[in-house]
Design a protein. Structure first.
Length: 336
């Protein structure tokens, strides 16, 4: 019962946050001095045509009525129409979302592996070249802007060394794998298309590593600090006095008791990756939500902009909800 009460409270806060995001986004799009009806009707349309389109879109109604109608449509899964393609925004988002999701998943996998293992190694080898290298990586990663890292990687690994492709998800000569999940790495693996899988893995490497450089520094630094605090605890000395191997002491006793701040940082960073991927997708021409959002902003197409904003906000709050629910699984002393 305590868990259900806690879950109900968190879902209530989640709904309140999403309602706030919806309201703020709606107000901002109505403050911007642009005319969606003019865009939908065409730049060469007559004023009568624009007025007809404004009536069809409901833009001639009072703002509270527009807001209420938008909430009703949103509850029915209707995010409006893309003014450029005249297709439902939900359909467009479903096409662009898998590319962003795949990029975030690959980045998060590398993030957890390199960040946690690197932080543990830096704490165990405190004061050594491993520790100093990890701290240097942390400072460098935080200091370098992602777009600058992306450009440098393109110049070095594509233009100079010719090791990795600079843009896209697949080479132009390859057809996408059969659509199952929309994730090229998964779909090509299921279909047994190993050549396509290797090509997709090579294409995703530069965008994923670019996102990783700016984010891995946080979890590496947090892991190192948390591990050093646990090393000083009496139960660690007791475990070593019992004759337990150093591997068991580090990974079973120390890392588990350091997991709460590490898990918190991983959850926060996962949410930030969805928004940070927007800049990276533009630089690498990655056909995901970021590119879709920027193209929509350039054309002042508000329904897609609001749809992308809602997806990023929903991903952020859902990830943090899952992290909060996972705390008692990691540390039994925490109760809901």
């Amino acid at each position: 019962m305590r868990f259900l009460a806690y879950l109900a409270m968190r879902i209530g806060w989640l709904i309140a946050v999403m309602l706030g995001v919806v309201t703020l986004t709606f107000l901002i799009t109505n403050v911007v001095p642009a005319d969606p009806a003019r865009l939908a009707a065409g730049l060469e349309a007559q004023q009568a045509q624009v007025d007809t389109m404004r009536h069809l879109m409901g833009l001639d109604q009072p703002l509270p009525v527009q807001y209420w109608n938008y909430l009703v449509r949103l509850l029915h899964g209707d995010l409006g129409l893309d003014a450029r393609s005249q297709r439902p925004v939900v359909t467009q988002l479903a096409e662009y979302f898998p590319a962003t999701f795949e990029l975030v998943i690959v980045t998060m996998t590398l993030y957890i592996l390199l960040g946690v293992i690197g932080g543990v190694a830096a704490a165990v080898e405190r004061g050594s070249w491993v520790d100093k290298g990890a701290q240097l990586l942390s400072l460098g990663g935080l200091a370098m802007p992602p777009f600058w890292v992306a450009i440098v990687f393109q110049v070095v690994f594509f233009a100079q060394l010719h090791w990795l492709p600079a843009t896209g998800r697949l080479s132009a000569v390859l057809a996408p794998p059969p659509h199952i999940t929309g994730l090229y790495l998964v779909d090509s693996l299921v279909a047994g298309q190993w050549g396509t899988w290797c090509d997709a893995a090579v294409h995703i490497m530069l965008p994923a590593v670019t996102l990783l450089v700016g984010s891995v520094a946080n979890v590496l630094r947090i892991t190192r600090r948390a591990m050093l605090q646990v090393f000083a605890q009496p139960y660690v000395a007791t475990a070593r006095a019992k004759g337990l191997s150093e591997r068991i002491v580090i990974w079973r006793h120390c890392l588990r008791n350091s997991a709460i701040p590490i898990l918190t940082m991983i959850g926060l960073q996962a949410g930030y990756l969805f928004s940070g991927a927007i800049i990276i997708e533009i630089v690498f021409s990655w056909p995901g939500l970021g590119k879709y959002a920027v193209d929509s902003i350039a054309n002042l197409d508000f329904p897609p902009i609001m749809g992308v904003t809602l997806i990023v906000a929903a991903a952020f709050v859902l990830i943090n909800l899952l992290i909060d629910l996972a705390y008692p699984l990691v540390d039994p002393r925490i109760v809901y």
